[in-house]
Design a protein around this ligand. Sequence first.
Ligand code: SF4
Length: 256
Amino acid sequence: MITPLISIKAPIYDIFFSFQGEALYTGLPQIFIRFAGCNLKCNYCDTLYSTIISKKAKYLTCNKIVNKVISTYIKNKENFTEILTNTFTKNQASKKPSISITGGEPLLHADYLEVLLPKLKEKGFSIYLETNGTMFNNLTKIIKFCDIISIDFKFKSECKNNFWKEHKKFLKIALSNSKSETFIKNVITKNTNISEIKKSAKLIKGISDKIPLILQPSINKNSPAIQNLYKFYSIAKKIIPNVHIMIQMHKIYKVK
Ligand code: SF4
């Protein structure tokens, strides 16, 4: 018997209101949906619990999630009306209440997202996807629903392998939706090396040098030396124009 799509479930750890803590949209009020499970294991992962699907994950239908998102939105509505007048972003979709689809790696659940995301959009929300940029086939299933795509490039120095081919394919698919906005993050640790930054910037340049690259220093015992961070910045900047160093706000305030 074919299971009706409406009843499919995915493992979710949390649905909560907070402010985006990193990259170009730092400070944007959002409702976060944290999916369980990840296809990678990065040393610097700050949500390690979410990389496995444990008993704490709740299997929820899309309708359950939509209802929870709406009730979380209603509770925090005044924060979202603020963004309508104070937004500093270019993306028109970001003026709608934003939902961060995060994990773990949410694209592990692409079939589920294919059902969930149009439902959220119908209700007037915009979609902000946070991804490790490796599951390009799964991105094709949901790219049309994404308004903002935040892609991490993962490096061998902290994530066991490089994923240059996957990242390249992923980025091309992300850019195929001309209505969405895409940017790349490189998490920088004391183990990050120059060739990783160069390859990352060159990969971006080969596709479109307008794509912003955010160098995000890890805030833990693996933090990079500031002079290395500046060196990486100037190396990347010689290759592409749109490079930024940005830290994670939520780590400083120790919030979700
Ligand atoms: S890809 Fe993201 S969620 Fe997965 S292990 Fe790496 S940092 Fe953690």
